[in-house]
Design a protein around this ligand. Structure first.
Ligand code: NAP
Length: 483
């Protein structure tokens, strides 16, 4: 447990109240925060430590599913301090000096604010003499909306902190099930030896959201599903499925391998964007809770937007391991249900000796459920017991449910893991600048091709799995989505 001072910029914002403060509380409960660590909340409005402590308590009560334990709360509340700073005013950052003691401890500066403020925060810390080797900065997504804007942000931060001090968040990398991809692949010889074009037919990655844009129309409409979800979360999952074995678990070994995958992604350009991608936008429809409006009728929306709320892509990785193994990615809002999963489709048997029972043997599938109901299934063929004539087969599941198997273990929220690693000074689960830029380079080519086409996204009713065209995307290759 390394003591540090933890400064939370944007402490009264949605992310901080909903995710970060509850996660810090959980770390307190697990006794993973050093006794000397102070948590300093920073926001604009003038307030006091006492008022801040009661606001934090309110946030925990509102956003945590479990009741607050008195003893944990007491030690947590003792760490909380509040400082008001207008983040655009460099001269105000000296107020932090009363709380941050770099002679004794390192400082973690968590920027839970809009990316346009990252540079100002780093400048302010520097003006206050706090941008030293004893400090690191944690940056929330999105790092820009394309390669050029991400460079501007990275340069603004890089002017004060070197790359080893910059921790870029993709909260998917804190999810237990995403981390388990590394364990599955590199701790099990049955997978290690069956993980390439010889045995795998194709891979599907789905991140389906049931929610719409949750009151963030203004933000989302400038971005769209490709930039908001594919550039970061889906590509990060893809890299972990596809990387070569890293020599060790240290941060650069893993990140070097991820970068190689990103560099091997075949570009999608104006020439092939039609056959490789589908853009969709939801219209009014029905979900479990009842009728919901379409994207254009959402609060704060306008009727002209061409922004996609759904994207499906065929991605090819041009390297030895993945030759001719497509990765199909899809992600959308207002889909049938909330579901994130990776499905590895193995190749079919070359010859079928069970024709009487099964005219075409289904191929094995490995299903990695990221959320909800985290776990891993393997579908295998089995003989149905009995004395009947012939051998009757049935597809059955070897089912590893995390909640059943690890009954006594709590599955931590992704942010708990990431906050802890940031405090420990371990950057392995954070994104390096070259990864961000490589991902943007690939995504920009798609975005620019779409812009040049200037076509409206394909409509799909809320509560469905997306536009018909996404079915065609796979049907063209003789395949279909797992549903
Ligand atoms: N919310 C999420 O679930 C989520 C998920 C992933 C990533 N993110 C990212 O996380 C970041 C924060 O998101 P959010 O939803 O928490 O935003 P938010 O609710 O708008 O909160 C932003 C915070 O920044 C503060 N702030 C803005 N300008 C400031 C200034 N000049 N000086 C001092 N404080 C200032 C605001 O303080 P005031 O109250 O004084 O205005 C507010 O507390 C964004 O980059 C977002 O993209 C959010």
């Amino acid at each position: 447990m390394e003591p540090c001072d933890f400064v939370l910029f944007g402490t009264l914002g949605d992310l901080a109240r909903r995710k970060l403060l509850p996660s810090l509380y959980q770390l307190e409960k697990a006794q993973l925060i050093a006794p000397e660590t102070t948590i300093v909340g920073v926001a604009r409005s003038e307030s006091t430590d006492e008022k801040y402590v009661s606001l934090v308590r309110e946030s925990l009560e509102k956003f945590m599913k479990e009741p607050i334990e008195d003893s944990v709360w007491e030690s947590f509340a003792r760490r909380l301090r509040y400082v008001n700073i207008d983040l655009m005013q460099s001269n105000q950052y000296s107020r932090l000096r009363d709380y941050v003691d770099q002679a004794q401890r390192e400082t973690v500066n968590y920027c839970a604010v809009a990316p346009s403020l990252f540079g100002a925060i780093c400048q302010g810390l520097s003006t206050a003499g706090l941008a030293t080797e004893r400090a690191r900065v944690v940056l929330e997504k999105p790092i820009g909306k394309d390669l050029a804007s991400s460079k501007v942000i990275n340069d603004a931060v890089g002017a004060f902190f070197h790359e080893g001090q910059v921790y870029r968040i993709d909260h998917y990398l804190g999810k237990e099930t995403v981390l388990n991809l590394l364990a599955l692949r590199f701790a099990n010889s049955i997978f290690t030896t069956n993980w390439d074009h010889n045995t795998i037919d194709h891979v599907q990655i789905t991140v389906a959201e049931e929610v719409g844009i949750e009151g963030r129309w203004g933000y989302f409409d400038q971005s769209g599903q490709l930039r908001d979800m594919v550039q970061n979360h889906l590509l990060q999952i893809l890299t972990l499925v596809a990387i070569e074995p890293p020599v060790a678990l240290d941060s650069d070994s893993i990140r070097n391998e991820k970068l190689k995958v990103l560099k091997a992604l075949r570009p999608i350009t104006r020439d092939n964007v039609d056959e490789k991608t589908v853009r969709g936008q939801y219209t009014a429809g029905f979900l479990t809770g009842g009728a919901v409006p379409g994207y254009l009728e959402e609060e704060g929306g306008n009727t002209r937007s061409n922004t996609e709320t759904f994207a499906a892509l065929r991605v090819d990785i041009d390297n030895w391991r993945w030759a001719d193994v497509p990765f199909y990615l899809r992600t959308g809002k207002r889909m049938t249900t909330k579901r994130s999963e990776v499905v590895i489709h193995f190749k079919s048997m070359p010859h079928n000796i069970f024709k009487e029972s099964y005219r075409k043997l289904p191929a094995n599938r490995l299903i990695i459920r990221l959320q909800p109901d985290e776990g891993v299934d393997i579908e295998v063929m089995n003989k149905v017991p009995g004395l009947g004539k012939g051998v009757h087969l049935q597809r059955t599941k070897l089912d590893l449910s995390f909640t059943d198997t690890f009954k006594n273990e709590r599955i931590p929220d992704a942010y708990e893991r990431l906050l802890l690693e940031a405090m420990r000074g371990n950057p392995a689960l954070f994104i390096r600048r070259d990864e961000v830029e490589q991902a943007w380079t690939w995504v920009d080519s798609i975005q620019n091709s779409w812009a040049a086409q200037n076509e409206a996204p394909k409509p799909y009713a809320a509560g469905t799995w997306g536009p018909i065209a996404s079915i065609t995307l796979l049907a063209r290759d003789g395949r279909e989505w797992d549903e």
